[in-house]
Design a protein around this ligand. Structure first.
Ligand SMILES: Nc1ncnc2c1ncn2[C@@H]1O[C@H](COP(=O)(O)OP(=O)(O)OP(=O)(O)O)[C@@H](O)[C@H]1O
Ligand SMILES: [Mg+2]
Length: 245
């Protein structure tokens, strides 16, 4: 951790999460029990914690894939807790990377990368193709443009998924166990790629992982347990953070 890595706390943060809860099954499951978290522009944050601690649930809320049960969730100052059109928000602002890649099997690698571009107006067939090729070159896959995902290795699939996540030049990259299905050498390569993208573009990144070595690629590690944040080097002074006893 770099103590010199001071971010400007007066600027509007990318995410401002205040006392957010998330319940499932009419309250039988309390996946998040009051989470307060502020993520500044350009930060690279890892979220670690045991299985079931609420990491994916929190990432879903940040990516507007789900709504909080209570509390406030702001993106650049705007309340995103109950957006009327979350798909449009996601297409514009969020790149999402999943453990199991989630590539569409009947489309080629290049077509998969183009798919998010259809979510925003103003792209022509030519611009979509050019952008897809450029992104696939950036992740080292220019030799696999016309391949179907099933013909690729795990590492290549995740590279393709990373290229897809960057299609619309997102403000934030959210990655849920992006190395979870990869062998350790390939995992290192994928983390090097994400680190390079972060260094080059200063895209804000939130990475969920079980693996402390993977987490250590980030400049800030937030730890969750039982639906709460139990450790965060940038935790707000006491008030909102409710620690388990
Ligand atoms: N759609 C859902 N319906 C009911 N319960 C859910 C749902 N999604 C998550 N949960 C529950 O919420 C809790 C937190 O789940 P979550 O997926 O966020 O954990 P996680 O930290 O990502 O775990 P893992 O490391 O295993 O992926 C768990 O108890 C889980 O069973
Ligand atoms: Mg999870």
């Amino acid at each position: 951790m770099d103590s010199q890595d001071q971010t400007d706390n007066t600027a509007t943060p990318i995410f401002d999460v205040v006392d957010v809860t998330k319940e499932f099954d009419q309250g039988k499951v309390q996946a998040l029990r009051g989470v307060t978290l502020r993520i500044e522009d350009g930060e690279f944050v890892s979220m670690i914690g045991t299985s079931g601690s609420g990491k994916s649930t929190l990432l879903h809320l940040l990516g507007s894939l789900d709504h909080p049960s209570s509390g406030t969730l702001r993106f650049k100052g705007q309340d995103i807790g109950n957006l009327p059109d979350p798909a449009e928000f996601r297409a514009r602002e969020i790149g999402y990377i999943f453990q199991s890649f989630h590539l569409l099997p009947t489309f080629t690698v290049e077509e998969n990368v183009q798919i998010p571009m259809f979510g925003l107006p103003g792209n022509t067939a030519k611009s979509r193709k050019e952008r897809a090729v450029e992104l696939l070159e950036a992740v080292g896959l220019s030799h696999r443009l016309g391949h179907l995902p099933t013909k690729l290795s795990g590492g290549e699939r995740q590279r393709a998924a990373i290229a897809r996540s960057l299609a619309n030049n997102p403000t934030v990259l959210l990655a849920d166990e992006p190395t979870g299905n990869l062998d350790s050498d390939t995992a290192v390569q994928i983390m090097q790629l994400l680190g390079k993208l972060h260094a080059e573009h200063r895209t804000t990144m939130v990475l969920v992982t079980h693996d402390i070595e993977v987490a250590e690629n980030a400049s800030r590690i937030v730890q969750m347990k039982d639906g709460r944040i139990i450790s965060d080097p940038k935790a707000p002074a006491a008030s909102h953070q409710s620690h388990p006893s």
